[in-house]
Design a binder for this molecule. Structure first.
Ligand SMILES: Nc1ncnc2c1ncn2[C@@H]1O[C@H](COP(=O)(O)OP(=O)(O)OP(=O)(O)O)[C@@H](O)[C@H]1O
Length: 292
């Protein structure tokens, strides 16, 4: 790995999203007289973390991700608490963090971020030792993420199919959520700890979440039946989910979620298995990110 403090490491996940990465590489290569880009292609899950860790060790100033929220998570977890700055060229299926930060989905405009060099410190979350930057949660969303694990096909159509398949057999679990802002006790469709306001694709689960306030917005949806889904979906895409009478919101820095058994949890849309008790906390302004 060739590095210097002025170099910019670009980590490309060739499998993220549904579009070819050729155009973005071509655009970046056009700028190679002005910027000292070094390109790295991920070859397997978590490879991005290894490349990012090595970049930090070598004091690389910027690490740019060409990928989606999963790749961003793998890179950003190596950058937290360091001076290395994360750049995002959105190329995933949902691009929740990029959308929250108003980074353009237009590649040429997203690349313009280098020229402005505006750096913002953002918060991130830790759930049972696992980092997240957008959202983490349990319940329906986590089960949909679990179904998407190891599926080769990506994109919104695949995700929509998984959502329908999971909904058919979904049984809400009972939870106890304890926070300094209040508690929740009962069955829930989904519990989402939102550092950013959306899951991706402009589906806003916590429209008022502020990524720099040192807090998370925990959105808890009571059990939903099939007739409740169209309204809840419409409200998510129009930033009005807080109008839904089945939504409970707790805004806090730390939370404990207790459920009936160990099970699945998602972090930025990627499912992992964890214990029945989940401790979540927000770390204030722990990551430097290039923003428009
Ligand atoms: N070469 C590779 N082969 C298979 N999987 C990979 C490879 N490189 C990275 N990955 C995995 O691909 C996963 C998905 O990437 P990513 O989340 O960026 O795309 P996405 O799911 O399409 O977008 P989004 O998360 O925004 O919806 C990551 O979790 C990462 O571990």
């Amino acid at each position: 790995m060739k590095h210097s403090e002025s170099s910019i490491n670009v980590i490309i996940n060739p499998t993220s999203g549904t579009k070819s990465k050729d155009y973005v590489i071509k655009c970046l290569k056009k700028l190679s007289r002005e910027y000292d880009f070094h390109f790295f292609y991920t070859e397997y899950p978590h490879h991005a973390t290894e490349i990012a860790l090595e970049s930090v060790q070598r004091s690389v100033r910027y690490v740019i991700v060409v990928g989606g929220d999963g790749t961003i998570n793998e890179v950003a977890r190596a950058l937290v608490g360091t001076d290395t700055v994360l750049g995002i060229i959105p190329h995933g299926s949902g691009n929740g963090l990029a959308r929250h930060l108003h980074i353009s989905m237009n590649i040429a405009r997203a690349i313009d971020i280098f020229k402005q060099n505006k750096v913002q410190q953002i918060d991130y979350g830790i759930a049972n030792g696992n980092l997240f930057f957008c959202t983490c949660g349990v319940g329906y969303d986590a089960e949909v993420s679990e179904k998407s694990l190891n599926q080769k096909k990506r994109g919104i159509m695949m995700y929509a199919k998984n959502m329908i398949d999971v909904f058919r057999n979904f049984k809400p679990e009972s939870y106890r959520v304890t926070t300094s802002a209040g508690n929740f006790d009962g069955k829930a469709f989904t519990i989402t700890c939102a550092n950013a306001s959306q899951y991706g694709n402009n589906a806003y689960i916590a429209p008022n979440a502020d990524i720099c306030d040192g807090k998370m917005n925990i959105s808890i949806l009571d059990p939903l039946s099939a007739v409740d889904i169209p309204r809840a979906a419409l409200q998510m895409f129009t930033k009005r989910i807080n109008d839904n009478p089945k939504l409970n919101e707790l805004i806090c820095c730390t939370a404990s979620i207790e459920r009936e058994t160990d099970g699945v949890m998602h972090l930025d849309g990627n499912a992992i298995y964890t214990s029945k008790n989940i401790n979540v906390e927000i770390i204030h302004k722990g990551l430097n990110v290039l923003v428009p």
